[in-house]
Design a binder for this molecule. Sequence first.
Ligand SMILES: Nc1nc2c(c(=O)[nH]1)N[C@H]1C(S)=C(S)[C@@H](COP(=O)(O)O)O[C@H]1N2
Ligand SMILES: [Mo]
Length: 420
Amino acid sequence: MTTDERAYDRARRGQWLSGTARAEGIDRRDLLKLLAAAGALTAAGSGAAHAAGVAADEPDPAPGIVKPLPAERFTVRGTNAETRWSALRDTGYHTAAELFFVRNHTATPTLDADDWRLTLWGDGLRGDTEFGLDDLRALPATERSAFVECAGNGRSHYTSQQGETVSGTAWTLGAIGVARWRGVRLSEVLRRAGLRRDAVDVMPRGLDADFVSGGVNLGRIRRPLPLAKALDDVLLAYEMNGEPLPPDHGHPVRVLVPSWVGIASIKWVGDIEVSRRPLYSPWNTDLYRLFGPSFPPDGSEPLTRQTVKSAFELDAGASFAAHRTHRLTGRSWSGGGSVRHVEISTDGGAGWRRVRLHDTPREGGWVRWSAEWTPTEPGPAELLARATDSAGTTQPERSVFNEQGYLFGAVVRHPVTVTA
Ligand SMILES: Nc1nc2c(c(=O)[nH]1)N[C@H]1C(S)=C(S)[C@@H](COP(=O)(O)O)O[C@H]1N2
Ligand SMILES: [Mo]
């Protein structure tokens, strides 16, 4: 985290505590009650269903997702689709669009690239400006690999490993993908739009429908970004893995905020407010902060970077024949820097050994790894993987509980069966 980011968070926290950060008139506790009443408390139930192998066989398409969601690739969770880690085995570094998880608050909109306009407005600019897709394509292009990962990725493990009840989509570890994004730097567009020196926040907003939850209309999906991040490495992306963005991932243009929680990477962006004062929306006040006994009564600072995580490219409950040598594969990543090393345990956490990394670790990406395993004892077993990143952070045994189950970073105990 840069010093700028920290100073910014402190300043904004002051605002939050002084009461200016209420999400447009909706009290946080009322909102949380409404979300719970609307049935958002789902992690416990679906976690159990997944462990029993029920969710994985679900043939239902997710309402509002355009691309096919075959059961061998995706687990559908409400309006969202989680990538199955077994489907990533033997695929390349980048996640194909057909395999990339989808997190939709409502539904994928059908937008025509020819009619699409991006409006930049607000008192942080010298005037309003509009860009069409051709205008953006005419500006210098940048390409980079980066993950998009939901802040709630791994959420169901708060329940399955720690016995804690949390609200939100009951993801296992498949709410992440890494793609090669091409687009124009947001900093370039802001400068051309006449950025004022005293601007502090930018707030991109999606063109998908208003998000209504528990009878409360929270408006269109929007989340402020500090200018320090906006001017650093944020892209307005129009290509994913060398193709125009597919409908479910933001066609024609999405924001791409490397290393940060997925909600920052607004899809189907239609306008960006640029402001001389800190901006607020439900997505940086009531949502995407940490609430619970370990946090201040009004929550943590707004979430920014992701935690360190590791996953095996296996389904829960996968079988391995005893006395044979198997190649275990997986991936690790961190929002706090590049992955330094990864260890696995095949005896429930008693012994650990380092695995072989197959990619040069890069910030904002993941690293593929493999190790051999020759099990001897038939019966249930647990596979564990833990990564350490360049900031020196190692995945812990437990994650700190928070009501909405964000930022699960603990070592996941992956259940498998050894057969005779
Ligand atoms: N407009 C819009 N942008 C959005 C969302 C959304 O529902 N609408 N979901 C966000 C969340 S919570 C995540 S995790 C990522 C998911 O990106 P993906 O669906 O391309 O994987 O998009 C973010 N951007
Ligand atoms: Mo998300």
